[in-house]
Design a binder for this molecule. Structure first.
Ligand code: COA
Ligand code: MG
Length: 293
């Protein structure tokens, strides 16, 4: 998933628009974009929407962001939406492996009741929204086979830290949030799941968005969340492997294939060893998944 577009669950028009946005995934939000007294209505709207579009032959993946485990709202969220068969649940304010194990059990019960196979619904966790979560980032590894991705957030974390700001005057994240971003990246790599970059909330600033996407890709993220349809094409473009990058990866794989047992090869005056081979193979696998290679 290159782009994951958030839509408030009670915004019917935006939900329809999101399906046409080109996003690889639509995240139907029951959490922060829904006022407390609208949660019940939003659950019904989310379930109706997912049930209506889930059988489309070609569609984005459908995620539901539920309310966090500490809110007491998660069970009612899951009761409403799991029978509609979303592809995944996004867990906000997740605190490490214990949180996704807890969610795993809740999902298993509802999958059984809805006649879904166990593990049908995958999980994407927002891994850095509380201070405690930062210390638990290393505990996702091996926690549940449902885990498909990890992402990070700076807004809730800055509130909990008591910070005045989370970005500098240039719009770059400050140290505590750069740490959160790095922990998310490392946690995802350790758990062998997708690392997904956080949202850019200034949705009119395309230059900043493109810069954030490129920095994210450079560092190992393979997708980014969006809050506005205009952000989707920018994100998709940056996270689609470029032809010259695919060609270089193929050349590395071919060079090793042509030299069985070699630990190192030279191509055009540059040395490549086994880690380069692993990176090239991973990129080709991702490109193939997207139909690019
Ligand atoms: N998904 C689908 N469509 C969206 C959208 C989204 N996330 N955000 C905006 N649109 C639609 C608008 O409805 C509007 O449609 P129209 O031209 O048919 O009227 C069009 O895109 C242009 O919208 P625009 O006027 O530029 O923005 P806005 O002021 O209407 O909305 C936000 C701004 C931030 C309220 C809106 O983008 C939004 O709701 N984003 C998602 C927020 C969210 O889910 N947050 C939680 C996660 S951090
Ligand atoms: Mg939040």
């Amino acid at each position: 998933m290159r782009s994951l577009l958030f839509v408030p669950a009670d915004a019917e028009k935006k939900l329809a628009k999101a399906m046409e946005s080109g996003a690889d995934a639509v995240i139907v939000d029951l959490e922060d974009s829904i006022a407390p007294d609208r949660k019940a209505e939003a659950r019904i709207a989310a379930a109706e929407f997912i049930a209506a579009v889930s059988e489309w032959s070609s569609r984005p993946r459908l995620l539901v962001r539920v309310n966090g485990l500490e809110t007491g709202l998660t069970d009612a969220d899951l009761d409403a939406v799991i029978p509609a068969r979303p592809d995944a649940v996004m867990l906000p304010k997740a605190e490490g492996g214990p949180a996704v194990i807890h969610l795993d059990a809740k999902l298993a019960v509802r999958e059984a009741a809805a006649g879904l196979s166990e593990g049908h619904v995958t999980v994407v966790a927002i891994a850095t929204e509380t201070a405690q979560a930062l210390f638990l980032a290393g505990s996702y590894q091996g926690a549940t086979r449902r885990l498909a991705g990890l992402t990070w957030g700076a807004e809730d974390l800055s509130v909990e830290l008591g910070a005045e700001a989370n970005r500098d005057a240039d719009g770059r994240f400050l140290d505590p949030y750069r740490l959160a971003r790095t922990l998310c990246l490392a946690a995802a790599a350790a758990a062998r799941v997708q690392a997904i970059d956080t949202v850019s909330i200034d949705f009119r600033d395309e230059t900043r968005l493109a810069r954030e996407c490129e920095e994210a890709r450079r560092d190992g993220f393979t997708g980014k969340m969006a809050i506005h349809p205009a952000q989707v094409p920018v994100i998709n473009a940056v996270f689609t492997p470029r032809p010259e990058v695919i060609a270089r990866a193929q050349a590395i794989v071919d060079a090793f294939a042509a030299a069985p047992g070699a630990g190192v090869v030279g191509i055009d005056g540059v040395m490549y060893d086994r880690p380069h081979l692993a990176r090239a193979a991973a990129l080709l696998a991702r490109a193939k998944q997207m139909g690019e290679a």
